[in-house]
Design a protein around this ligand. Structure first.
Ligand SMILES: C[S@@+](CC[C@H](N)C(=O)[O-])C[C@H]1O[C@@H](n2cnc3c(N)ncnc32)[C@H](O)[C@@H]1O
Length: 371
């Protein structure tokens, strides 16, 4: 039985597998909706919400206000549990069909766009140290030759995890970024685009749709995700050049791109790495080119900030808390961008109306700079 399948690489699920996966998703929707209502009420009753200067509490203050509350403990435990069970239900289903998925990916390889892997690329310590998002083996574990497991698993779990908020092709973040770009730079018509930290290219495809004449490159350090992503793009008829590279130091020439983007990359790196990535963007941009990083950075929204801090402590995304305290403008300036050409803004999520969860505990900061 095929479920939700909209491209030839999408892993299938039997009736029972789909049933278990749907249960986990529904439980997450229920938990998320309750989190928003419950923790919003608790914070509203707390004096922290009524500071005379209206400033947002620190992450430590928010933790203190919420962590002993029974409703929050229930939410926290359910979120961690559903996250683990998500992979427990999807993983075996992907393993069952892995040989077939690998064969399909190999048959697509190189027929549209390209895939360049480089096994000398070292896994950055911030990705190697933990199973990111509690995903066993993280993005990069190689189990067999030409492995696509991590990418296929990501595609299927992301559909459940996102609860509808990223749209049917899971490209909601890319579409949000494009909409923001068009609102703020209506004249932008990039010819060469680089997507950093593309995973399986969910967002990259949005750039193909909106800039059909551009040459599009997408990089990630995880070969398994890139193999799957390349095959998925071919299956969806999109021409993208995928390569295995570290965004901190790529092999592209100076000034190679007029638009560099990322979605949800920064929070999965480190304090040192985001500085290196911004410097690399400055090097790679042609004069007049634009850099836009979109991520969950919400320093002024108490509940959202608490949620990001929780993700760092309990969802194996270690830098997501500290990222809230970073000076993003300062990082762009240090990377070489002129202060007058830096702009921070809020991305308005696409597809939010289709989202099963009412949870609004996500915010998209757009970190944009023009060279
Ligand atoms: C949350 S995922 C990004 C999702 C993707 N951009 C999208 O919109 O669907 C983060 C990705 O960043 C990649 N990544 C983390 N650090 C990186 C680095 N220094 N260079 C390249 N990729 C990196 C990870 O391997 C992972 O695939």
């Amino acid at each position: 039985m095929r479920n939700n399948s909209d491209h030839a690489m999408f892993p299938e699920a039997t009736h029972d597998e789909q049933s278990a996966q749907s249960f986990v998703k529904t439980l997450r929707v229920f938990t998320t909706n309750n989190f928003h209502a419950g923790n919003t009420a608790i914070l509203a009753d707390n004096p922290l919400s009524r500071r005379p200067d209206g400033s947002c509490p620190s992450r430590k203050e928010l933790r203190k206000a919420l962590e002993d509350e029974p409703q929050n403990k229930w939410w926290s435990s359910m979120m961690r549990t559903t996250q683990e069970v998500l992979y427990d239900t999807v993983g075996p289903s992907i393993e069952r069909q892995l040989p077939e998925l690998i064969a399909r990916a190999n048959s697509f390889r190189g027929t549209l766009g390209s895939l360049t892997l480089d096994d000398s690329v070292e896994m950055p310590p911030y990705l190697a140290a933990v199973d990111v998002h509690c995903k066993p083996g993280s993005y990069q574990q190689e189990m067999t030759e030409d492995d696509v497991f991590a990418g296929a698993e990501f595609d299927r779990t992301y559909r459940l995890y996102s609860m509808g908020r990223l749209g049917p092709n899971l490209d909601g973040m890319g579409r949000t970024l494009v909409a923001w770009l068009k609102d703020h730079f209506s004249d932008a018509g990039p010819r060469r685009i680089l997507d950093m930290g593309c995973t399986v290219g969910h967002s990259t495809l949005a750039y193909c749709d909106h800039f059909p004449d551009a040459e599009i490159h997408a990089i990630d350090v995880a070969a398994t995700c890139l193999r799957y992503g390349h095959a998925r793009a071919v299956a969806m008829g999109k021409e993208i050049h995928f390569s295995q590279q570290n965004a901190e130091r790529t092999n592209f020439d100076d000034g190679s791109f007029d638009l560099i983007v990322s979605t949800a990359l920064l929070h999965e790196t480190s304090r040192k790495a985001i500085r290196a990535i911004h410097k690399e963007c400055h090097r790679l941009l042609a004069p007049g080119g634009l850099m836009i990083h979109m991520d969950n950075i919400v320093p002024d929204k108490a509940l959202e900030k608490y949620y990001c801090d929780w993700m760092a402590r309990f969802n194996n995304e270690p830098y997501m808390g500290a990222l809230q305290d970073e000076d993003m403008v300062g990082i762009c300036v240090q990377a070489g961008f002129d202060r007058d050409n830096i702009q921070l803004g809020e991305g308005i999520p696409r597809f939010r109306d289709k989202c099963l969860a009412e949870n609004r505990a996500y915010g998209n900061l757009m970190v944009c700079a023009r060279k």
